[in-house]
Design a protein around this ligand. Sequence first.
Ligand code: ZN
Length: 242
Amino acid sequence: MTLSNLASHQKPPAVDPDQRLHMKMIAHHVWQLSNRFPDNLFNVYLIEDVLIDAASRWDASTLLKRLANIPLSQVALTHCHPDHQGAVKRICTTRGIPLACPEGDIASMEGQAPMVPRTAAIKLMELGFAGPAYPVQRSLRDGDEIAGFRVIHTPGHTPGHVMYFRESDRVAIVGDILRNNHPITGKTGLYEPPVVFTLDPEENWRSIRKLAQLRPTLVCFGHGPVLTDMEQFDQFVARLPS
Ligand SMILES: [Zn+2]
């Protein structure tokens, strides 16, 4: 029995009132955690007992507090960037849980290769937000399953980037293949990830189209509020360069 199979037999986490304030249920067995001000800056999700992404290193204490007494079986990343892997080491070591990382981003996560692309913006982000390198216990490949979600390889933003998709209600947790706030003003709206943080924007367009083909009903981003307006999403995808 895998960890996620085990998780599917567990009840949803019982949270105390204070934690409940910071955990928003957005779909069956899916919660969005608020980690630091402002909300939706660096998103972290809990699906059953799996934490998806781990924000920045400055979020570790807050996330650990918010997740206290909540069963956690593993941390799974959408990709290895400073604002997604920052609190991995603190959370995994404190809670004694393994790290799952997309195959193509493992070298970056383990510190054997730099995070990409090697732009000044990424280097600055590493200085400001990255957490320490940490060993990966589970390599995620296209078609793998985590807590009822299918792992889908969506390269472009990083080589290994994945999204998580649940067929039963078509909920998608999409990391940074697109975002729902402006990277500078923070204003809500759909945008491609900034090119300074994206290795291959054209490959990323293909990944966004891969998401569109799945006809999601709820899209959960690495940055910005969740989206249920699929007409808005379809219009955004239609405007992408071909
Ligand atoms: Zn990213």
